[in-house]
Structure formats: structure tokens, C-alpha cells
Ligand binder design. Structure first.
Ligand SMILES: NC(=O)c1ccc[n+]([C@@H]2O[C@H](COP(=O)([O-])OP(=O)(O)OC[C@H]3O[C@@H](n4cnc5c(N)ncnc54)[C@H](O)[C@@H]3O)[C@@H](O)[C@H]2O)c1
Length: 375
């Protein structure tokens, strides 16, 4: 297969990631080489399947796969145990055995839910990911975290269960909404800041091409981001320590999402704000010099930060941070960049400094907050 191919070594087996424009027609043949069963379940959502389902099904049936399709409603609300239960029924109806793959065609919601089902059906059947959102291509499809939500919290029931194969076709991003694309782009920049300084410089030079979703550059950027995540995951698959640098921007980002009941921000939008505020903390606490901080802010600022919802207070955001802290042995740990391409985990318990950073955003004092409506 042309394009980029990389292997991620995990505890169980190698996960192969193929990255190439126009890749969907290859799925059937690649699966045939790995799995003898000939039966599969394809999980997708009602937005993605009409766009790309036929191409994947054609490629599978051309290789004599017997495929059952299960579609979920788009969006976070489908990522539940009830949703998983419906998919277990579909697994039985598809006649899956322990070697039959579950194939996830969609964004992070489809990937997390189908991945959870693959991890648990018959104690685990092979998982194949075909991520179709930018966030899923550079983040959720690689790394092996699968989960469903519980009424007490997001992603509370889950496992580490890496896919066997991941097919990343950046061309499918053409149909993604601009808002979703920009939210994913925030995660792309994240890798440049915390792990790959050369990639950060490339993004500084070519950011317009990324934002324009230019096919050639998009494939390069997605591949660099996936490689970066793969390096981190290979060092620490089970998030004992180093992998937590991937949570850069997530401490405040999660708190913003939770304080707004997961309705106002997309995940990547909240993480973008979290990254900007973490850079400000890193500078104030003298972990990061002003010059790299300025460069990071200039790049992040090109995505424009979503303005805060009316009435949200720093106290409400900090209350959500505190809730997180209780779950993590009473310590608030931030991932702070210490130079471009590297980050540290730093306990920060000075609430005044944290509140000042949050108020800088809530008070409208960041110079790249978007104008316009609340949605
Ligand atoms: N497992 C992990 O490591 C990990 C990491 C980050 C996020 N996540 C999870 O990922 C989820 C968010 O993922 P997401 O941002 O992809 O959201 P999503 O799956 O809801 O997709 C966003 C929207 O875009 C649509 N869409 C997807 N691809 C499209 C395409 N090519 N063309 C047109 N429309 C398309 C979807 O139907 C949906 O409406 C959350 O549940 C989050 O918890 C998981």
C-alpha cells in the first residue's frame, strides 16, 4: 500500500496505521490478509455512513466479506452502555466469532463506542478503525482508549484496547464542518507544542495550508501528529506517567466542558482554551520563556478561541477542577510546556494564579477571542 504506514507496538500486538489520501477502497483487501473469518460488523453514524459507507462496503464485498452494518445517531449521547447493548445484538446477528473484526467508520464517538464493544464482545474481537473526523484521525483512533459515558461522568466505563488496523484517509475531512475541523486542528498543534518541535515549526510555516485543508499538507500534518502520538503511547501505553503529557490543555479544558454541561464547547475548542491558559501559567511560573510562549500563542491564536458563555465564572470552572483533583489524590497537575516540543507535569495548587488565568479568558482579555454568536 502506498502512502505512510506505521506500526505502534502495544502490549498485545502491533497496531498498523495506514495514512493515505483515497484509501477507503483498500480496506477489504487489507482485512482479508489479517483475519480469516470473512464476517464483520461495520459501525458508523447516520452522518458519515451516507458519505463513505458505500465505498467501504464495496471494498469489503469485493473481497467476499459478509458484513452487517449498524448505524448510531450522531453525537455524544450515543456513547452509552445502552448503545453498546444494541451493538452486541448486532454482533450476534452478524455471526461474529473471536476472529471477526468490528470496524468503526466515523468520528471519536463511533470509534469509542465500537471500540468498547470490540473490547468486550466475546472478551475481545479485533478492532479496525476508519476515523473520519480530524480529532479521531490524530487522537482517538490511535492509542487504544475505548469507552462509553456514565451518568456520573464522561468516558467512565472503558478499557485500553488498541485497534489492529487504522485506515486514515485525510480526504474524508473535506465533508467535515469547519467548526469540527478547527476543533481537531487544535489537537494537531498540541503535538507540535508538547512533543515535536520540528513539526511545530512546519505548522508555523504552513498553517494556512492546514486551515484550507489542502490535501497534500493535510496528509503530512495528520501523519506527523499520529507519529507523535504513537511515540508517546509506545513509551507508556497504560498512562502510568509520560502519556499524561497528551493531556496538555485538558485540565482547564475538561473543567470548561463540565462547567457548561458539555453543551457549549466542542472538546477541541475547550482544549484550545486550556492550552492557551496553560501556556500563560507556564510563563508566569517561569517554566517557559516569553519568546516561545509568544510563538505558541501566535499559532494557537490563528484558530480563534470561542468566546465564553454569558455568566460563566472562574469559581464554577475551579469547582470542576477541584472535583477532578479529588479524583486524583488531591493534587492539581497541569501539563506545562517548558520549551517548544517538550512539556512537564507540574502540580499547581495556587488557586489565585489559576483563577487569574481563567479570568483572563472569561474577562475577554485574550486577544484572539472570536467575535459573533454563542454557537
Ligand atoms: N479514545 C480516545 O483516546 C479519545 C480521545 C479524544 C476524544 N475522544 C472522544 O471522541 C469523541 C469526539 O470525537 P469527534 O470530535 O470525532 O466527534 P463525533 O464523533 O461526534 O464527530 C463529530 C461530528 O462530525 C460528523 N462527522 C465525522 N466525520 C465526518 C466527515 N468526514 N464528514 C462529515 N461529518 C463527519 C459526525 O457525524 C458528528 O456529527 C468524544 O466522545 C471524546 O470523548 C476519545
Amino acid at each position: 500500500m502506498d502512502g505512510q504506514e506505521l506500526k505502534i507496538k502495544t502490549r498485545g500486538f502491533d497496531c498498523r496505521v495506514y495514512i493515505r489520501n483515497d484509501l477507503l477502497g483498500e480496506v477489504g483487501r487489507a482485512l482479508r490478509l489479517l483475519f480469516p473469518s470473512g464476517r464483520a460488523l461495520l459501525v458508523s453514524d447516520q452522518n458519515v455512513y451516507p458519505l463513505y459507507g458505500d465505498r467501504v462496503i464495496e471494498s469489503l464485498t469485493a473481497e467476499k466479506w459478509r458484513v452487517k452494518t449498524a448505524l448510531i445517531k450522531p453525537g455524544e449521547r450515543s456513547k452509552t452502555l445502552a448503545g453498546a447493548k444494541k451493538l452486541y445484538e448486532a454482533c450476534f446477528e452478524a455471526g461474529l466469532d473471536r476472529n471477526s473484526p468490528v470496524i468503526a467508520l466515523g468520528g471519536g464517538v463511533v470509534g469509542d463506542l465500537a471500540g468498547f464493544v470490540a473490547a468486550t464482545f466475546m472478551r475481545g474481537v479485533p478492532l479496525v478503525m476508519i476515523p473520519t473526523s480530524l480529532l479521531a484521525q490524530v487522537d482517538s483512533s490511535v492509542g487504544g482508549k475505548v469507552a462509553v459515558n456514565h451518568s456520573r461522568g464522561k468516558n467512565m466505563i472503558g478499557a485500553i484496547y488498541p485497534p489492529r488496523l487504522v485506515f486514515v484517509d485525510p480526504l474524508v475531512l473535506k465533508t467535515l464542518s469547519l467548526r469540527q475541523f478547527r476543533a481537531g486542528a487544535a489537537e494537531v498543534i498540541k503535538y507540535g507544542i508538547i512533543e515535536d518541535g520540528a513539526f511545530f515549526r512546519r505548522l508555523e510555516e504552513e498553517f494556512d495550508r492546514l486551515l484550507a485543508a489542502e490535501a497534500g499538507f493535510l496528509a503530512e500534518a495528520v501523519a506527523a501528529a499520529v507519529r507523535s502520538k504513537a511515540r508517546v503511547v509506545e513509551k507508556d501505553e497504560f498512562e502510568r506517567d509520560y502519556r499524561r503529557i497528551l493531556n496538555f490543555g485538558h485540565t482547564i479544558g475538561h473543567a470548561l466542558e463540565a462547567a457548561t454541561a458539555y453543551r457549549y464547547y466542542l472538546h477541541g475548542e475547550a482544549v484550545l482554551i486550556g492550552m492557551v491558559l496553560a501556556v500563560s501559567l507556564a510563563e508566569q511560573l517561569s517554566y517557559l520563556d516569553p519568546a516561545p510562549a509568544g510563538r505558541i500563542n501566535r499559532l494557537l491564536g490563528r484558530l480563534k478561541v470561542k468566546k465564553p458563555p454569558a455568566g460563566l465564572t472562574a469559581g464554577e470552572v475551579i469547582a470542576k477542577l477541584e472535583h477532578d483533583k479529588k479524583r486524583r489524590r488531591d493534587e492539581l497537575v497541569f501539563v506545562l510546556p517548558n520549551q517548544i516540543g517538550s512539556a512537564l507535569m507540574v502540580p499547581v495548587n495556587d488557586k489565585k494564579t489559576i483563577a487569574a488565568a481563567i479570568n483572563c479568558y472569561l474577562g475577554g482579555n485574550l486577544n484572539f477571542i472570536e467575535k459573533g454568536t454563542d454557537n
